[in-house]
Design a protein. Structure first.
Length: 130
């Protein structure tokens, strides 16, 4: 019986070592694909934040915020803290505002554009308070 243990123990150690070495090399997602996905997500978030900043920098938006008594500097500071669905909603609203005011329009109609600005500022303030 001792001879069986003498041969079985090294064989068992060899089999365990080879299986863990093989298992360590398998990846469900390649590191390159993971890095590419993360980079794409960061670019999307940067674009969304940029759209919000552009909308908040518009004089029309600043005037509307001042009429509502909203401290726009807090809203601007909150842009960097936005993530996920909040960032997406704010960016969509900001893009809508930017599109509506593109081309030199100098007035904000009290319809959807004003409501979108109000929602944008409200989202930013809610996130800033969290």
């Amino acid at each position: 019986m001792p001879t069986v243990r003498t041969f079985a123990a090294p064989l068992l150690v060899f089999l365990m070592a080879s299986s863990t070495a093989y298992a360590g090399q398998q990846h469900i997602v390649s590191p390159e694909q993971l890095a590419s996905t993360v980079e794409q997500q960061l670019k999307t978030e940067d674009g969304d934040r940029s759209a919000v900043r552009v909308a908040l920098a518009r004089p029309e938006v600043r005037e509307a915020a001042a009429k509502l008594g909203v401290d726009l500097s807090r809203a601007v500071a909150a842009v960097d803290t936005l993530q996920g669905a909040d960032l997406t909603r704010a960016a969509d609203a900001a893009r809508h505002v930017n599109d509506r005011l593109a081309g030199g329009a100098s007035t904000i109609t009290i319809t959807t554009t004003t409501l979108i600005i109000i929602l944008l500022v409200a989202i930013l303030l809610i996130v800033a308070i969290k």
